[in-house]
Design a protein around this ligand. Structure first.
Ligand SMILES: NC(=O)c1ccc[n+]([C@@H]2O[C@H](COP(=O)([O-])OP(=O)(O)OC[C@H]3O[C@@H](n4cnc5c(N)ncnc54)[C@H](OP(=O)(O)O)[C@@H]3O)[C@@H](O)[C@H]2O)c1
Length: 226
């Protein structure tokens, strides 16, 4: 069988672009999202997934297990971002960020272990510069991404025996539909384009498997870190 990849958040933005790229590269791709995608390819499996729901994550893995016992590549990508000051953020908004960006990856990893290939599986997480730096008006997003990073750092140590690779990506702003929903006035000219993001992603995926990239921060040259 061809190499198998799991991509969460495959219905839009980075996840959709990553899925297309991996299909082109010969992977069989299992994409998970709530809304699904119009992407049609004989090696693409569009599987319903609400990463905030344990039942949904369990069902997702039961479905994919009918087609593959293992994953060579896992792209932990699904996420949400809304902007508001801490004073204006509702408890529900904050909880939604934690449920999607922190508990979601927890549920993904909780049920992933039996799909790992010793010495082989590569887990790429799309974090954000917001997992390292605090920005104003994204407190819920910041907290959820810092939390996700802590989860992954702990997991790396727990799964040391598997000798797999973890790559944590910390991109700055990228011009995806995420920003349509956020609705800020940030200039899209100072964001990375999808092509630029994919040039970094493809470099990492195609690098020899003897190389590890524990952390990579990258952003538009006129973007900002703090
Ligand atoms: N765009 C940026 O500037 C930027 C910068 C740094 C990091 N990131 C990170 O990159 C990742 C992708 O962002 P994007 O820009 O591609 O955003 P996007 O276009 O809004 O896509 C987000 C994806 O996440 C999925 N998702 C959201 N909630 C979900 C849930 N409960 N269950 C399953 N899937 C869910 C969405 O699918 P459904 O809605 O169909 O479920 C969608 O496919 C996120 O983790 C984001 O934090 C983005």
């Amino acid at each position: 069988m061809e190499k198998c990849a799991l991509v969460t958040g495959s219905s839009s933005g980075l996840g959709l672009e990553i899925s297309k790229y991996l299909l082109e590269a010969g992977y069989t791709v299992f994409g998970g999202s709530r809304s699904g995608t119009e992407l049609e390819h004989e090696n693409f499996y569009d599987v319903e997934l609400d990463i905030t729901s344990e039942d949904s994550v369990v069902e997702f893995f039961e479905t994919v297990r009918e087609f593959t016992p293992t994953f060579d590549l896992v792209v932990n990508n699904a996420g949400i971002c809304e902007m508001s000051s801490i004073s204006d953020t509702t408890l529900e908004q904050f909880e939604n960020h934690l449920a999607t960006n922190t508990l979601g990856p927890f549920l993904l990893f909780k049920y992933l272990e039996s799909f790992l290939i010793k010495n082989e599986t590569h887990i790429i997480s799309i974090l954000s510069t917001a997992a390292h730096y605090g920005y104003p008006n994204v407190g819920a997003y910041n907290a959820s991404k810092f939390g996700q990073l802590g989860l992954i750092e702990s997991l790396k140590k727990e799964w040391k025996e598997h000798k797999i690779r973890f790559t944590n990506l910390f991109p700055g702003a990228i011009n995806t539909p995420l920003w349509d929903k956020v609705g800020t006035k940030f200039s899209r000219d100072k964001m990375l384009g999808l092509t630029e993001f994919m040039s970094v992603f493809s470099f990492i995926v195609t690098a020899p498997s003897t190389i590890q990239f524990p952390e990579l921060t990258f952003l538009h040259k006129e973007g900002f870190l703090e």
